[in-house]
Design a protein around this ligand. Structure first.
Ligand SMILES: Cc1cc2nc3c(=O)[nH]c(=O)nc-3n(C[C@H](O)[C@H](O)[C@H](O)COP(=O)(O)OP(=O)(O)OC[C@H]3O[C@@H](n4cnc5c(N)ncnc54)[C@H](O)[C@@H]3O)c2cc1C
Length: 260
């Protein structure tokens, strides 16, 4: 793991802020679709630094060995871009006192956090099918936007992103925006969409919505191995809270789908 220093802070929308970071080792990270990383946010009086090991189990043991009062908060994020050693991450300001969102709301150039990843060990190829369906909420927008940028122009795709209201839209061609302010929700809009031919699906966002959408595509006959899915956050639970029975079932499903 290594440290990241904020090099710019740009509000994208009222609830999304884009930050760039510099830091050791960034120039050596390769590129692959949907790069995910852990960011570590220091507690008051604590540090963001854990251990320099790149071995995930060694690193995680070192993380757990830090007394809880000093252990940095660890949260998952997506590489929006990584160019010439400059990392860009888009943070949703979701308005709770969650440490990542609270940090992002007041971050300044020069602030330092930690990072673990992204690691090519977790790289998954983009699917191939007649139609690619990408759906998620604003936390998945960085991933969906970066995936759309990778697709050849000839690839048929449907992209759905649920956001609070029209002010949260970004200039990303081809996205069907779903506005909570208009009473819309991702699950209703996506399950009403017509899909035909072979389909590959990518889902990310609030966990129960992701689960409902996965069930929908399975019921349409899409093979489980052709559905990438991840609950990005859980209503009323932090990323430190223990997994629920649904989370454990989801983890089992992901493992089972990998071996299909
Ligand atoms: C693989 C992966 C990639 C991700 N990529 C990104 C990304 O690029 N950008 C990004 O902003 N997020 C991303 N997320 C989601 C992010 O990790 C979560 O939203 C995380 O909970 C934020 O941490 P926090 O400390 O702010 O809140 P937590 O301490 O985890 O939670 C505090 C409270 O906030 C609520 N909460 C958390 N997220 C939201 C939300 N989006 N809307 C409403 N309430 C919420 C929780 O239910 C809880 O009640 C990603 C998650 C995963 C798993």
């Amino acid at each position: 793991m290594s440290l990241l220093a904020v090099s710019s802070v740009v509000p994208l929308t009222p609830r999304m802020v884009r930050m760039t970071f510099t830091g050791d080792g960034l120039a050596d990270v390769g590129t692959w679709p949907d790069q995910q990383l852990k960011l570590l946010f220091p507690k008051p009086g604590g540090s963001a630094l854990v251990s320099s090991s790149a071995d995930v189990s060694v690193w995680y043991q070192a993380y757990l060995a830090i007394p809880e009062s000093e252990r940095p908060w660890m949260r998952s994020f997506t590489v929006r871009s990584l160019v010439d050693g400059v990392l860009t991450v888009d943070f949703v300001l979701h308005g709770t006192d969650g440490p990542a969102s609270a940090w992002a709301a007041s971050a300044r150039v020069g602030d330092v956090i930690g990072r673990f990843g992204p690691s090519p060990d977790y790289a998954r190829p983009l699917g191939t099918a007649d139609l690619l369906v990408l759906a998620g909420d604003e936390t998945a927008l960085p991933a969906i936007a970066s995936l759309l940028e990778l697709l050849p122009a000839s690839q048929r795709r449907l992209a759905f992103v649920e956001v609070a209201d029209p002010l949260e839209e970004q200039a990303i061609p081809g996205v069907r925006w779903v506005h909570r302010s208009a009473g819309e929700d991702l699950v209703s809009v996506v399950t009403s969409a017509e899909v035909a031919g072979s389909v590959w699906v990518w889902l990310g966002g609030e966990a129960s919505a992701v689960r409902a959408l996965r069930r929908h595509f399975v019921s349409l006959g899409v093979s489980k191995k052709d559905i990438e899915f991840a609950g990005y956050w859980r209503r009323s639970l932090t990323q430190d809270d223990a997994p629920t029975a649904d989370d454990l079932a989801e983890a089992q499903e992901r493992i089972a789908a990998l071996s299909e």
